[in-house]
Design a binder for this molecule. Structure first.
Ligand code: UD1
Ligand code: UDP
Length: 368
């Protein structure tokens, strides 16, 4: 007699670099429990932003690429929603899972809503309280529509409660922490031990405004150590468009793969960034971070003394380089098992069955 477990199907959306990188551990845990349809909206498409990242993180090849590509945020959301609606209609998943705050995230949320499919938001509840970031709108609108808000840190739970979102809220920890802990034993620090500063910059308000971008360049120019700068395509285009000059101490690189980035982070004397992911990774490595923003969603890193917000002010930047390094670094991003909780909660929503039973049946190979 064939024993067939009630297998659920999760349609899981990725689109931009940070979603691709965080997807691997979650995908692995979902596939241990049920079926995953991994959908890439195609928002990021260069090999260094997408294909090489899939290889570097050992994420399975996406089942579908919707070819959304570049455009305004509205265009990406509209096209992504339209194509996801069609795909959901065809594949009939039990649940849609989105993560983070990109155009792909909001497109997934809107498509799930339109098709009446339950929605899970991973990395729910983060807020910058900054209206000129498309990400802030994407997060708030996604959280409003989510049946399950999976928060990485306690502060995110508090934000969701304060907004009285309609969905259930769970604290899971951060899957980016799971990812780093998975690779930590295999990553050797980059270089020969000489000091360098690692930089990444791509926030819309730092790149679209020539005055702010000049402030970023002037700040990097103040580094007493050589700077390694893997350049995001958005930033490369902006430097060219505004005719700006990169300071002589800055070594511009093409975007690097995830594992190359981990090595660069691990070997760095300090990290200057406006990336959400890189701020957390700096903390996880114990490398001081200087954030080229006036605010951050990841406030615990600042509260713990490992991250300094300097905006694009070269004087504040230089002062932050000599800030004392704290002696403590508590595990603010969880225990490295966030992805398991995310998969369990998602399956609970998707299948309305006892998740432990399904996992056991599948692990014993009872599902054909
Ligand atoms: C997007 C996300 C941002 C995230 C970032 C991660 C939104 C609104 N923003 O910003 O939250 O932090 O990704 O990297 O979703 N480009 C290429 N090749 C690519 C991709 C992009 O050349 O593979 C260039 C194009 O000129 C494009 C520009 O980069 O117009 C910006 O790309 P886009 O995806 O719109 O936004 P990001 O700035 O990458
Ligand atoms: N990253 C990378 N190569 C780079 C720059 C960043 O692999 O050249 C990784 C980084 O280690 C982190 C993720 O990209 O895991 C963060 O994504 P990004 O900075 O693009 O977006 P954000 O986190 O700001 O949304």
């Amino acid at each position: 007699m064939t024993h067939r477990a009630p297998v659920a199907t999760v349609l899981s959306v990725i689109g931009a670099r940070p979603e691709i990188i965080q997807a691997a551990p979650v995908s692995r845990e979902i596939r241990l429990r049920c079926e995953e349809i991994l959908v890439h909206t195609g928002q990021h498409y260069d090999a260094r932003m997408s294909g090489d990242q899939i290889t570097s993180t050992e994420l399975p090849e996406p089942d579908v690429n919707l070819g959304v590509g570049s455009g305004s945020t509205d265009e990406q959301v509209t096209l992504g929603t339209e194509r996801l609606v069609a795909l959901i209609g065809e594949r009939r998943p039990d649940v849609v899972l989105v993560r983070g705050d990109t155009s792909a995230t909001l497109a997934g949320a809107l498509a799930a809503e339109r098709m009446g499919v339950p929605l899970v938001h991973v990395e729910a509840g983060l807020r910058s309280h900054r209206a000129d970031m498309p990400e802030e709108y994407n997060r708030v609108e996604t959280d409003k529509r989510s049946d399950l808000c999976l928060a990485p840190v306690p502060g995110a739970v508090e934000n969701l409660k304060a907004e009285q979102v309609r969905g259930e809220i769970f604290m899971t920890g951060d899957p980016l922490c799971d990812m780093l802990e998975r690779w930590r034993p295999e990553i050797e620090p980059y270089g020969d031990g000489s000091d360098y500063l690692l930089a990444t910059v791509h926030r819309n308000y730092n790149t679209d405004d020539p005055v702010r971008l000049q402030g970023v360049l002037d700040s990097l120019g103040r580094s007493p150590w050589p700077v390694k700068w893997p350049l995001h395509p958005r930033t490369a285009a902006a430097i060219e468009r505004f005719g700006l000059t990169v300071p002589g101490n800055v070594d511009v690189l093409a975007p690097v793969t995830y594992r190359e980035m981990l090595a660069l982070e691990r070997g760095a004397r300090a990290i200057a960034t406006d990336s959400g992911g890189v701020q957390r990774e700096a903390y996880l490595w114990g490398v001081p971070c200087i954030t080229l923003r006036e605010e951050t969603e990841w406030t615990d890193t600042v509260d713990q003394g490992w991250n300094t917000l300097v905006g694009v002010d070269p004087v504040a930047f230089e002062a932050a380089l000599s800030a004392p390094i704290p002696s403590e670094r508590p595990p603010i991003f969880g225990d490295g098992h966030a992805s398991e909780r995310i998969a369990e909660q998602t399956l609970r929503l998707a299948a309305h069955v006892n998740t432990a039973a399904v996992s056991t049946i599948q692990r014993e190979g009872w599902v054909s």
